[in-house]
Design a protein around this ligand. Structure first.
Ligand SMILES: CC(C)(COP(=O)(O)OP(=O)(O)OC[C@H]1O[C@@H](n2cnc3c(N)ncnc32)[C@H](O)[C@@H]1OP(=O)(O)O)[C@@H](O)C(=O)NCCC(=O)NCCS
Length: 170
């Protein structure tokens, strides 16, 4: 696999911390991507009230290089020695271009720089796209939680990456 996923986007991808002004963009993507989306309050709580939480946003530089479009985001926590991936989405039209890989890779690198030794996440059992993404990054399933999700009710698969590596697995 390409070790620098942003190359797939010909250098036009920018990954950076999200700010509150981007909330409308994040909510629009969230509502389009999930059957039980996070509310504005949940986003705000993560952005302003949770000392462990980090938000990264992915922007694509538009053709004329004068503007950017928000195409994805990742909310994650760095809790002592652990990175927890909490929320990840990429707009439908820009999928399979390496954007989620770039977001997660950046989060893992940030966690590693702060001393994290593992990364964990929960994913719907039926979410084959996300599971394939995480597997490709080196995560492996290690447990499950029955009926963890609602709308629709579904099991969660718990996945772990340990030791934490910042690059995508081959
Ligand atoms: C899951 C999601 C974030 C992936 O975003 P993405 O930017 O398309 O992912 P990437 O382009 O980085 O994909 C990297 C790899 O993951 C795997 N993958 C991603 N989407 C896949 C799909 N639909 N089917 C099979 N494998 C897939 C592939 O191995 C892919 O590499 P490839 O394109 O070279 O084959 C995106 O589909 C999404 O936003 N889904 C809805 C929200 C969601 O499910 N979030 C995750 C909650 S845990």
């Amino acid at each position: 696999m390409n070790e620098n996923p942003s190359c797939l986007l010909h250098g036009s991808l920018v990954i950076e911390p999200a700010s509150r002004e981007l909330l409308p963009d994040l909510l629009r993507i969230e509502e389009a991507c999930f059957s039980a989306p996070w509310s504005r309050k949940m986003f705000e709580a993560e952005m302003t009230g949770n000392p462990f939480a980090r938000f990264l946003v992915a922007r694509l530089v538009n053709r004329d290089a004068m503007d950017t479009t928000v195409v994805g985001y990742l909310c994650f926590w760095i809790v002592f020695d652990e990175v927890r991936l909490m929320n990840l989405a990429v707009v439908q039209t820009e999928r399979r271009r390496g954007i989620a890989t770039a977001l997660v890779s950046r989060a893992l690198a940030m966690g590693k720089a702060e001393g994290a030794v593992r990364a964990v996440l929960e994913v719907r059992a039926s979410n084959h796209a996300a599971r394939a993404l995480y597997e490709r990054l080196g995560f492996r399933p290690f447990s499950a939680r029955a009926k963890y999700y609602t709308d629709p009710v579904e099991d969660a698969v718990l996945m772990r990456l340990e030791p934490l590596v910042a690059e995508a697995a081959p």
